[in-house]
Design a protein around this ligand. Structure first.
Ligand code: ZN
Length: 435
């Protein structure tokens, strides 16, 4: 048994903290109350006096296969993937939901984690995204990828029967949920026909899986919500305000999750603004090779032309998140990490800051990245510091309910019952180059 003694436990729902020791055994929280340290003199103890204990953070929208760079080969080495996973733990993120990626690779990592050979947050995933033939992201993000890689990243379906079969196959492979892409990129690309989206959602539910939908417009989101989608990924920004209010009213009524992924919009805007990310030099999960790629002149020039568009996108995402929150929509923290400059681990702290900028209180933002995210995952054992829950904890210096900056002052991360000091994740000198 391991006991954290002398700290204050943060209740992410009540928005208050209370003094208690936390006892952990076999990967579970056994007890949360004062005096456990004295009651169990033989137990291993870590003194966290004056520190705050929270549930481990959860990023509910990532792409573990993405490098957060602009795609140079060294960003995709096995060593780099390992560093990305460590980057999450180092930032207090103890669980992630991969929203589209190589399921075989995720299963392989899960095995390594079980064997104790990989330092990683808990990995959940949807496997390959489901989209229309030649739809987004097949003809966009994946357009230069070899066909066999595209097949591992996306399943292209065009009729309801094929859609049902594909979802059944994914369920058999053990995915935690499914993700459908319902976005025609402003009329430029094929989109799933509505009956196909309906079949995907229906079959997912029949298989006991949640169905999350990436949408392009407010109208797309409205249709997905009407068809029973469990969550909307990214906030639609196109459409009129009246339609947006109707959408949010429906989502609030049905309890549909909304993961606005503000961090990715901020990151794209930062690249386009010519930012050199100097402040991130040496951060675990922010590889030097990736930073160097983002600083290349041709990359900057490519992004600079879209600066105004990215700025508008970020502003409208913040305004829409504010409205969604006011209207009672279930917001969840997710970053879209893996996209350019949306770094693994670190970005969740940006997402939390952006949720504050959108009008949430620190308690509300923290709930989005703990219990709220656990609800989206459908994992009741995660997201709270309470007896019987998984022993995923983060200990920080300072009260995050008063000052969210305290969440960056991480003293200890307990992942599946195993305590880690942040220094452990930075590895040996130079390892962070990821070459
Ligand atoms: Zn995404």
């Amino acid at each position: 048994m391991l006991i954290l003694t002398g700290g204050r436990v943060v209740d992410v729902t009540a928005g208050e903290s209370f003094p208690a020791d936390v006892a952990v055994e076999d990967g579970r929280i056994r007890a949360v109350c004062p005096g456990l340290g004295e009651e169990h003199p033989q137990a291993e103890k870590i003194d966290v006096t004056g520190k705050y204990i929270l549930p481990g953070l959860i990023d509910a929208h990532v792409h573990l296969g993405g490098s957060a760079g602009v795609g140079s080969p060294e960003e995709f080495s096995p060593e780099q993937f390992e560093l990305n996973l460590r980057g999450y733990l180092c930032c207090g993120v103890t669980a992630v939901l991969d929203m589209g990626g190589m399921w075989d690779l995720l299963l392989h990592w899960r095995e390594l984690i079980l064997e104790g050979e990989l330092l990683s947050p808990r990995l959940f995933g949807v496997g390959p995204g489901l989209t229309a033939p030649r739809g987004h992201p097949v003809s966009t993000v994946f357009k230069d990828f070899p066909p066999e890689l595209v097949d591992r990243l996306a399943r292209q379906v065009d009729d309801p029967q094929a859609a049902r079969e594909e979802v059944a196959r994914l369920a058999e492979l053990g995915v935690d949920a499914i993700k459908a892409i319902y976005d025609d990129a402003g009329g430029r690309l094929p989109k799933l026909p509505r009956p196909v989206l309906a079949a995907l959602i229906e079959e997912a539910h029949r298989q006991g899986l949640k169905a999350f939908v990436h949408v392009g417009t407010i109208a797309d989101a409205r249709e997905a919500v009407e068809l029973g989608a469990d969550g909307i990924e990214h906030l639609p920004t196109e459409g009129n305000p009246g339609a947006l209010e109707k959408l949010f009213r429906a989502m609030a009524h049905l309890g549909t999750f909304c993961t606005p992924t503000l961090a990715v919009y901020e990151a794209l805007f930062r690249i386009a603004s010519g930012d050199d990310f100097e402040d991130l030099e040496g951060t675990v999960g922010v590889p030097r090779a990736v930073l160097q790629g983002l600083r290349r002149r041709e990359v900057r020039e490519r992004f600079q032309g879209r600066r105004n568009g990215f700025e508008r996108r970020l502003e409208s995402a913040l305004a829409n998140t504010r409205l969604a929150h006011r209207m009672g929509v279930r917001l969840v923290a997710g970053t879209d990490a893996g996209n350019p400059a949306t770094f693994h681990g670190f970005s969740l702290h940006r997402e939390l800051s952006l949720l504050l900028a959108a009008g949430l209180s620190p308690q509300e933002a923290i709930r989005c990245a703990t219990l709220g995210a656990a609800e989206k995952l459908g994992r009741p054992e995660l997201g709270e510091v309470a007896p019987g829950k998984a022993a995923d904890l983060v200990v920080v210096a300072g009260d995050p309910l008063e000052d969210m900056g305290a969440l960056r002052r991480i003293e200890l991360v307990v992942a599946a019952g195993v305590p880690h000091r942040p220094e452990e994740f930075s590895g040996k000198g130079g390892e962070q180059d990821g070459t």
